[in-house]
Design a protein around this ligand. Structure first.
Ligand code: PEP
Ligand code: MN
Length: 266
């Protein structure tokens, strides 16, 4: 089967022309105040293009915080209005997708636990049929490039041309320095096959720890990836999910200013 993606060359949904595009915000929306204060501080850096916040959280074990649900969509929209930034959230099924669309979320992403399941991805694709909204697809939990491409194709075949892929690393049984092991050959191969597809790196979920964020972000830029998704929180240690890997907007600002961006080789 010939693999082909029909990608829009208009990337203005992702950035105003700067590279890398920066997507940031909390792992999870917790309260309206938290979402708005984080968004305001991020916007004040002048370096953030898109806000992110998880509303429905796919947790490994039950009885953990599973997200604030639909109510949080109002908070992220309010944060977008306050800052002028587009807002994004994760959707994992048709219901999430319909609610996110109803509230006017600007950009959707599909998480690693959803990309693994073609039925779920197809359900989202069907809910998006005829809707013109940008969608970012994270790699599946397992290192299966074809499964990642298949998810991108399903969304693309629903008519979504503003697409991006997010490399967030892969689950591993082995204990390593990473929470999710990056496989840089995957974004390299995606870029080779689909030169128009923007590729974003998520150093937060790769590292699982804020200490490694700068190094991983720099590696992504050295590989000419187009954007970074980095989780941020006003008080990272007390975050309701992914506390160890989040940084304050001030730390994010410093981290971004230390990155070296070379011009692309092609
Ligand atoms: C997230 O972005 O907070 C998230 C749950 O990510 P992933 O799907 O990469 O685990
Ligand atoms: Mn997270």
């Amino acid at each position: 089967m010939k693999k082909q993606l029909d990608i829009s060359s208009d990337l203005s949904w992702l950035s105003k022309g700067n590279r890398p595009a920066i997507i940031s915000g909390p792992c999870s929306a917790e309260t309206e105040e938290q979402v708005i204060s984080t968004a305001t501080s991020l916007a004040a850096t002048g370096k953030v293009d898109v806000l992110r916040a998880g509303i429905w959280k796919p947790r490994t074990r039950p009885n953990s915080f599973e997200g604030v649900g639909e109510e949080g969509l109002k908070w992220i929209k309010a944060a977008g209005k306050e800052t002028g930034l587009p807002v994004s959230t994760e959707v994992a099924n048709a219901k999430h997708t319909e609610e996110a669309l109803k509230h006017g979320v600007d950009i959707l992403w599909i998480g690693a636990r959803t990309t693994v399941n073609p039925f779920s991805v197809q359900e989202i694709a069907d809910a998006l049929n005829g809707v013109d909204i940008p969608v970012m697809v994270k790699n599946p939990l397992n290192p299966d490039l074809e499964l990642w491409i298949g998810a991108l194709e399903r969304i693309n075949q629903a008519g979504i041309k503003r697409l991006a892929a997010i490399h967030r690393g892969f689950s591993s049984f082995e204990k390593t320095s990473y929470r999710n092991v990056p496989k840089w050959e995957f974004p390299i191969e995606l870029k080779r096959r689909f030169p128009e597809l923007p590729i974003i790196c998520d150093p937060s979920h790769i590292s699982g720890n804020r200490d490694l964020l700068g190094m991983i972000a720099q590696k992504a830029l050295d590989l000419e990836m187009d954007g970074l998704m980095i989780e941020s929180h006003m008080s990272p240690d007390s975050a309701w999910s992914d506390a160890k890997q989040q940084v304050t907007p001030a730390t994010l600002n410093r981290l971004l200013s230390e990155l070296i961006v070379r011009s692309k080789t092609t």
